[in-house]
Design a protein around this ligand. Structure first.
Ligand SMILES: [Zn+2]
Length: 402
C-alpha cells in the first residue's frame, strides 16, 4: 500500500512539473503575414503612462491606464477601435499616473489576465482598482521575471521586478519585453537605476530592443548609460505631460539619448504616438520606416567606435579617438606600423583605458604621450607606412592611410 502511494505521488509530481513547464514556455509562431501589423499606441495621457498593444489576430494588451481623470479618454479610444476585451492588463506599479483609470477600464471591458506587482498602496486610487477587480471576480497575477506569455504571435516576457522589496515604489515597475517577429519593444514603467542594474545582470544582451519606452517619463533617476547601451534602441518614446511639475523629461536623459543617436518621440509634443511592426521593420504612424539596427550593424558600430584619428609621422604621435559614451579598455590591443618594408607591432600595456568621447595619444621616438610605444622612431615618413589598430583578439579595428 505504502509503495503504491509513493508511486502515485511521484506520477502526480511529474505531471505537475510537466504542466508548469508548459505554461512558462509558450512557443510563439514565426509565420507573420506581411500585412499583419502589431500596433503599439503610446496614448497621450499627459503626465502619465498608458500603452495599448494590438496584435493582428485581435489580441490586446494595455500597459497602465493613465491618471484618474484620463478614464473617459482611454475608454473612448478603446471604444473607437471597437475593442471590447483586454487580454492582458498590466498595472506597472501602484502610482496614480499608472493605475489611475485602471478601475474604469476593468469596469467597462472584458478583462483577461491582470498583472500587478506585489506592492500595496493605501491610496483611494489603489483601493478602487482592487474593488473593480473584486467586483468582476478577477484575480491579480504577480509578475515573475522570466515568465513568458503570448499575445497572438507576439511573445511577451516579464523582465522585472527582480527583487522582492524596494524602498521606492517606482522600482516595483513591471518591465515587459514584447517581441514580434524580429522586432521588439521594451516597456519599463517607472523603473529606476536599481532595477536597471538588476536587469543588466539578469538579462544582459536580451535587453536589446528596437523601441524603448523611456523609464519614468524621462527622469534622470532612470536611463543609466549602461542600461541604454544594453537596450540599444533605434527609437525612444517618452510619455510625458506638457509643462509638468517634475521637469520631465530631464535634460540629462535627452542628452544621453542624443549622444547615443537615438531619436526621441514625446507624447507632449506629438500627442498619441503609434508605432507599428510587420515583424521585420518598425514604422511610425505616417508609415515612414524607422531604421532598425541589425546585430551586424551593432557589431560594425562597435568596431568603428575606436578610430585612429591621426598619425603625425614627423612628431611620432598617434591619436586614437573613442566615439562611444563609455570608457573602453585597450589592454593588449596592438598598434601596427604596417610599412611594406618593415612591419612593427606594439602591444598596449594592461590597464590602458581610453575615456568616453576622448582621445588617447601613443608616442614613439622622442615624443611624449599617454602611452609610450618605444623610444625608437617607427613612422618612416614615407607614403607606404599606414597605421593599423587591432583589438585583443586580433580584429582590425581601424586603419589610417596618409
Ligand atoms: Zn509615472
Amino acid at each position: 500500500m505504502k509503495k503504491n502511494k509513493i508511486v502515485l505521488f511521484t506520477i502526480l509530481l511529474i505531471f505537475i512539473l510537466i504542466l508548469s513547464s508548459c505554461t512558462t514556455t509558450t512557443t510563439v509562431s514565426e509565420d507573420i503575414m506581411p500585412n499583419d501589423r502589431l500596433i503599439v499606441t503610446y496614448l497621450d495621457v499627459g503626465q502619465a503612462d498608458s500603452i495599448l498593444i494590438q496584435e493582428p489576430s485581435g489580441k490586446t494588451m494595455m500597459i497602465d491606464a493613465g491618471n484618474n481623470n484620463d478614464a473617459e479618454y482611454v475608454i473612448d479610444y478603446l471604444n473607437k477601435l471597437q475593442i471590447n476585451r483586454i487580454d492582458y492588463l498590466i498595472g506597472t506599479h501602484p502610482h496614480e499616473d499608472h493605475i489611475g483609470s485602471m478601475d474604469k477600464v476593468i469596469d467597462n471591458f472584458d478583462i483577461g489576465t491582470i498583472y500587478m506587482p506585489k506592492k500595496i498602496s493605501n491610496t483611494k486610487t489603489f483601493e478602487d482598482v482592487l474593488k473593480s477587480i473584486k467586483n468582476k471576480n478577477l484575480k491579480v497575477t504577480a509578475p515573475v521575471p522570466g515568465n513568458v506569455f503570448s499575445l497572438g504571435k507576439a511573445k511577451c516576457t516579464i523582465l522585472s521586478p527582480i527583487s522582492d522589496e524596494y524602498s521606492n515604489t517606482n522600482n516595483y515597475s513591471i518591465t515587459v519585453k514584447v517581441e514580434y517577429g524580429k522586432t521588439s519593444f521594451l516597456f519599463t514603467g517607472d523603473a529606476e537605476k536599481e532595477p536597471e542594474q538588476e536587469m543588466i545582470k539578469m538579462w544582459g544582451n536580451d535587453l536589446k530592443a528596437d523601441v524603448l519606452k523611456v523609464g519614468h517619463h524621462g527622469s534622470s533617476s532612470s536611463s543609466t548609460d549602461e542600461f541604454l547601451e544594453k537596450v540599444n534602441p533605434s527609437l525612444a518614446v517618452i510619455s510625458v505631460g506638457k509643462d509638468n511639475d517634475y521637469n520631465h523629461p530631464h535634460e540629462e536623459t535627452l542628452e544621453k539619448l542624443n549622444r547615443l543617436n537615438i531619436p526621441v518621440l514625446r507624447t507632449d509634443e506629438l500627442g498619441n504616438i503609434i508605432i507599428t511592426s510587420d515583424g521585420n521593420n518598425i514604422y511610425k504612424e505616417d508609415n515612414s520606416e524607422i531604421n532598425i539596427m541589425s546585430n551586424e550593424d551593432i557589431e560594425k558600430k562597435d568596431l568603428s567606435s575606436i578610430v585612429i584619428q591621426n598619425i603625425d609621422k614627423d612628431n611620432e604621435i598617434v591619436i586614437l579617438k573613442n566615439n562611444e559614451s563609455v570608457d573602453i579598455d585597450l589592454s593588449n590591443w596592438v598598434m601596427v606600423s604596417a610599412s611594406s618594408k618593415d612591419t612593427q607591432s606594439f602591444t598596449l600595456p594592461k590597464g590602458t583605458i581610453i575615456k568616453s568621447n576622448s582621445t588617447l595619444t601613443l608616442a614613439s621616438g622622442k615624443a611624449t604621450g599617454d602611452v609610450k610605444l618605444t623610444t625608437s622612431n617607427i613612422w618612416n615618413n614615407s607614403k607606404s607606412d599606414p597605421g593599423e589598430l587591432y583589438n585583443e583578439v586580433n580584429e582590425l579595428i581601424s586603419r589610417w592611410d596618409d
